[in-house]
Design a protein around this ligand. Structure first.
Ligand code: AMP
Ligand code: GLY
Length: 424
């Protein structure tokens, strides 16, 4: 079968790698892809939002399965376009991708179906939001309703900060139309865990847990980013936590979507916080996490393509997922200055070592191949250096060692990825 992966980040590189490893796959295409994906798949210069062009390409090439990696095309309805053209595609339809596309929708769903989450109110009027804040307790969390590259969440410690936040989101439209509506919610504390799952509309199968590091600097300081590093599994995600989440969060979410006439088929990413009152949902995403996919997929023993096909055909109940009994750590190598401002175009050296090293992967995020075959930095997050190990400590040592193999101008990384491992 020929497979087409849509997206251009480290997550898509990990998806391409898992697809290429499937016994069912003869060739992988990626649109638009990047400099590293080009070594594993044929990159096609079509943008992820060019639905009609992508569908035409899939028809011409007789693609047997298209996998959508990114949130924007899913929320924009790419799956509906492919289905209309009778093309096989893995991901939620537009009416289900709203689980990620609208925070107000997802909060209302959780409230209606009693799924544990932070208390909240949603607002479409800035004046109402400001009036509400006068009565609120601090800290408090403001969220732009729509997609905002992971940056539409503001944690405000004072009334002044929160008022400025409402203005930025709803009046100055700092996150564009994502701020036409906003959610104001209770501030929670606890450990964060990401749990990714396959869903076929009624059955759910969860993958190994992971933890991300969203802040730019060591010690969880600095601005929020797309993610600076991950590890899997999370030592805090115990069997007891898993049992609670299965009963009160995972299956109830899938059932709620089905009841609403929005059956979800694809990946649900549960962003959880383990609070003193038990696990609660921070957010849902409708796709693999980036860089969570980079530590979860390399540990998955089950053929990813078989699982995706079972989701599309509604027979996920026939499949049990298997993971290696080990750990993986991903360290993001970024351009100094990310996520605020940074330079691009530096040559990257040292990647040959990953080809020979077993259990080491270098997933490309922002890279570009020049016509004369040079690899250049081309984004804020550049590479996701990933290593496996027998346990989390070994995986972390291996990953940090491998970051030294790679050189490029303005290379920046956090030095404390996985510090929670020592606190477990
Ligand atoms: P989200 O995009 O909703 O996952 O939010 C991004 C980050 O903001 C999360 O990973 C948390 O670290 C933080 N956050 C979001 N909602 C809350 C909340 N209610 N209480 C505390 N922190 C939160
Ligand atoms: N790593 C968080 C996300 O993909 O949203």
């Amino acid at each position: 079968m020929k497979v087409l992966v849509i997206g251009s980040g480290g997550r898509e590189h990990a998806i391409v790698q898992a697809a290429a490893a499937s016994s069912k796959v003869e060739k992988v295409f990626c649109a638009p892809g990047n400099g590293g994906i080009a070594g594993m798949a044929e990159c096609v210069p079509i943008g992820a939002m060019e639905f009609e062009k992508l569908a035409s390409f899939a028809k011409e090439q007789q693609i047997g399965l298209t996998i959508v990696g990114m949130d924007d095309p899913l929320v924009g309805g790419i799956v509906d376009v492919f289905e209309r053209e009778h093309l096989r595609v893995f991901g939620p339809r537009k009416n289900a991708a709203i689980l990620e596309g609208s925070k107000a929708f997802s909060k209302d769903l959780m409230k209606k179906y009693h799924i544990p989450t932070a208390a909240y109110e949603s607002f479409t009027d800035a004046g109402d939001a400001l009036a509400y804040l006068k009565r609120a307790e601090f800290p408090i969390v403001l969220k732009a309703d729509g997609l905002a590259l992971g940056k539409g969440v503001l944690i405000c410690h004072t009334l002044e900060e929160a008022e400025a936040g409402v203005k930025a989101i709803m009046e100055d439209k700092q996150f564009g139309s994502a701020g036409n509506c906003m959610v104001i919610e209770e501030y929670m504390t606890g450990r964060e865990v990401s749990v990714l799952s396959f869903v076929d509309g009624k059955t759910i199968r969860t993958m190994a847990s992971a933890q991300d590091h969203k802040r730019a600097q060591d010690g969880d300081l600095g601005p929020n980013t797309g993610g600076m590093g991950t590890f899997s599994p999370s030592p805090f995600y115990t069997e007891q936590v898993d049992a609670f989440c299965r009963k009160y969060i995972y299956q109830p979410t899938v059932d709620a979507m089905a009841k609403e006439g929005r059956a979800f088929q694809g990946i649900i990413f549960f962003g959880l916080m383990l609070t003193e009152q038990g696990p609660k949902v921070l957010e849902y995403n409708a796709r693999f996490g980036d860089p969570e996919a980079q530590v979860v997929l390399p540990r998955m023993k089950t053929d990813m393509i078989e699982v995706m096909e079972a989701c599309i055909d509604g027979r996920l109940d026939e499949i049990e997922l298997e993971f290696e009994d080990n750990a993986a750590v991903c360290i993001v190598l970024a351009s100094d200055g990310y996520p605020v401002s940074y330079e691009k175009g530096f040559e990257i050296r040292g990647l040959e070592r990953f080809e020979e090293a077993n259990g080491y992967y270098c997933f490309h995020a922002g890279t570009k191949l020049t016509e004369d075959g040079k690899l250049l930095t081309n984004g804020g997050r550049v590479l996701g250096v990933t290593a496996k190990g027998a346990d989390l400590k070994e995986a972390r040592a291996n990953a940090y060692q491998a970051t030294e193999w790679v050189e490029f101008g303005n290379k920046y990384m956090r030095h404390d990825i996985g510090r929670a491992i020592d606190e477990a």
